[in-house]
Design a protein around this ligand. Structure first.
Ligand code: HPA
Ligand code: ZN
Length: 339
């Protein structure tokens, strides 16, 4: 291997935890604010980047919920989604599973057709360009369960284009059990289930998520390491955790990347993946996440290959598609070893 960084950039991978609202680059934020006559407290990309300093999850969410207000029309949703897919593809992402949370848009008067049509058109164009994707509808856990159920009804006409659901927002004080009926209703519609759990919240929230809600995947899940019997359960059931190292650093879930438990999770046999979460807010797409966590935890290139394999195994792709993606990784690694 001549250059580990180039090898890692080109390594086929899937991204399973990113929010479309979190992918609005400062330049696009300013452009859309101008186009849609929305006033922002900033006038330059540099000012925006300087403002993206967070003290915790809540301080990040304030700006995340403000930023999404610039997306109003179909073309806006198209632009942000296609910009993300292009960038991800340039970093080796062959498949992306993307969250978008309609509640924040609907209350601004955005039409659900515009949101869905823009995102779905970008996904179709991405597929033509060589990156597949799936859409996950995210709800806000600080809102009521009735509001989540109402949104589920509203997205019903698009159900064939939606693979699953997730849930974000302030975690502490909003335990998974608050949404037991909502998750049950989503499951009844055939949707795959994930939830942000154990990011700022405790291990018991992760346990509730798998035992009460019956989710397929945990987003973040850092706190599981506090409960060895939970780690056993996650490992034996091969429940994936979508880890977001730089996000965790930026929202102070961890004080330093050196203290991140990603390697300990791998050593414990957990099915973990690396993801960007909100790449524009954290100035970090998937490649930067890989490179920084590799440096901080002394991960080997074989560890990185394991994480890339995990990303497909943990995806909502079919068994056949997963097998094909793993074969592509094998071919990529074999070709590199010939050099
Ligand atoms: N946690 C909670 N809510 C969010 C996140 C997150 O990482 N990203 C966007 N909304
Ligand atoms: Zn997230």
């Amino acid at each position: 291997m001549h250059n580990a960084e180039a090898f890692i950039r080109g390594l086929p991978k899937a991204e399973l935890h990113m929010h479309i609202e979190g992918a609005i680059e400062p330049e696009l934020l300013l452009k859309l604010a101008r186009r849609n006559a929305i006033s922002l407290p900033w006038t330059s990309p540099a000012e925006i980047r300087a403002a993206y300093q967070f003290t915790d999850l809540r301080s990040f969410l304030v700006l995340f919920y403000e930023g999404l207000k610039v997306l109003r029309l179909e073309e806006d949703f198209y632009e942000v989604t296609s910009a993300y897919l292009r960038r991800a593809q340039s970093e080796g992402v062959r498949h992306a599973e993307m969250f978008i949370g309609p509640q924040g848009f609907l209350e601004q008067g955005v039409r659900l057709d515009d949101l869905m049509n823009g995102v779905l058109r970008a996904m179709r164009d991405g597929e033509v360009a060589g990156i597949t994707s799936k859409l996950l509808i995210s709800t806000h856990r600080h809102r009521t369960e009735a509001a989540a159920l109402d949104m589920l009804e509203q997205i019903d006409p698009w159900l064939e284009h939606i693979t699953g659901i997730g849930m974000g927002g302030p975690e502490l004080g909003n335990p998974p059990t608050k949404f037991a009926a909502y998750f049950k209703a989503c499951r009844a519609k055939g949707l795959r289930l994930s939830i942000h759990s154990g990011e700022e919240g405790p291990a018991s929230y992760i346990r509730e998520s798998i035992e009460v809600l019956g989710v397929d995947r945990i987003d973040h899940g850092n706190a599981c390491m506090d409960d060895p019997s939970l780690v056993d359960e996650l490992r034996s059931r091969a429940i994936p955790l979508t880890i977001c190292p730089v996000s965790n650093l930026m929202t102070h879930v961890v004080a330093t990347l050196e203290q991140h438990s990603l390697k300990a999770m791998m050593d414990a046999g957990l099915l973990v993946t690396v993801n960007s979460d909100d790449p524009a807010f954290f100035s970090s797409y998937i490649h930067d996440n890989f490179m920084r966590i590799k440096a901080a935890l002394n991960l080997s290139v074989d560890d990185i290959i394991t994480l890339a394999r995990n990303s497909f195994i943990a995806s909502y792709l079919s068994e056949r598609e997963i097998a094909e993606a793993l074969a592509q990784i094998d071919d990529y690694v074999a070709a590199d070893r010939l050099n």
